[in-house]
Design a protein around this ligand. Structure first.
Ligand SMILES: [Zn+2]
Ligand SMILES: [Zn+2]
Length: 287
């Protein structure tokens, strides 16, 4: 597995040895079940050097903010979830999050809406949101612009629904809260799903492909179950990519994520981030 760390890129403060220290905290990707993502999709994997060679667009001094926008009619509880998720996202990517002016559902014309012919869900067309709503209003200082919506989404003919959709090229994305569960019955699960989708998809906007190396938030998933069992954290390979894309203090990141996870009641994650921090703070033995 060591080979995935190899890189010829010297312009990076944290070398592979830094990330190798946290490897023991991670679980190598388990063999997929017959219906799981890796059993049904061909994924070649993306090593660190593949990533740095891919020339993905990364945050810069001029484009340094993650923008979030609320699209449609939110309940106060749903707003609270997005607010909480935005704090997690800020710590996760070590970037500042700004909220853009909310967008009314009336911005979506009839031609980009439908009632699903079988399930009767009211849906909005995700491609319209990306191309006609988000792209034209990308703020000049935005690295990416993502919309959360309580509405159900569908991406066009032949599809029943999508949880969300993103354009990596344009660095815009839209994610629906519609299928995140019953917020009044399980706020925690609803929040976890919102955070997980947000962080996974923003990871894609950073140019990260699906991860095949470890149990990782960047693993692909075929079902709600498969994404629910995925960890919220990223593996050492994906973390190294994020750290390269957006120069960051990994210890500060772990510290912040441990605190937020604890506050949000994500006990397993709080422990994981605290343990990761402890490993990095251990004195290195004599060389
Ligand atoms: Zn994905
Ligand atoms: Zn990974």
């Amino acid at each position: 597995m060591g080979g995935v760390f190899l890189s010829t890129q010297p312009a990076f403060a944290q070398e592979s040895s830094f990330f190798e220290r946290i490897v023991p905290l991670h679980q190598v990707k388990k063999n997929p079940g017959p219906m799981d993502w890796l059993a049904t999709q061909k994924e070649d994997g993306q090593s660190f050097s593949d990533f740095t060679a891919s020339q993905a667009i990364v945050p810069s001094r001029d484009k340094s903010f993650i923008y979030i926008v609320l699209l449609g009619d939110f309940t106060s509880e749903q707003k609270r979830v997005v607010q909480m998720a935005s704090r997690y996202i800020a710590a996760y990517f070590q970037m500042s999050v700004k909220f853009a002016e909310p967008i009314a559902l009336s911005r979506i014309p009839e031609s980009a809406r439908r009632i699903h012919p079988v399930t009767a869900d009211a849906q909005i067309l995700s491609t319209y949101v990306l191309d006609d709503v988000l792209k034209p209003q990308m703020p000049s200082d935005a690295f990416c612009l993502i919309a959360f919506t309580p509405s159900d989404l569908w991406p066009g003919q032949g599809w029943n629904f999508v949880f969300g959709q993103a354009s990596i090229e344009d660095r815009v994305g839209v994610w629906s809260l519609y299928r995140n569960g019953d917020i009044s019955k399980d706020f925690h699960l609803f929040l976890r799903r919102t955070i997980q989708t947000g962080t996974h998809e923003i990871g894609h906007l950073f140019g990260l492909h699906h991860c095949i190396y470890y149990e990782c938030n960047m693993n692909g998933s075929n079902s709600r179950h498969e994404s629910d069992v995925r960890p919220l954290w990223v593996c050492p390979v994906c973390l190294r990519k994020l750290a390269w894309a957006n120069k960051m203090d990994i210890k500060k990141r772990y510290r912040q994520l441990a605190d937020i996870s604890k506050e949000f009641g994500f006990d397993q994650e709080a422990k994981f981030f605290a343990d990761s921090l402890a490993v990095l703070e251990e004195k290195q033995g004599a060389e």
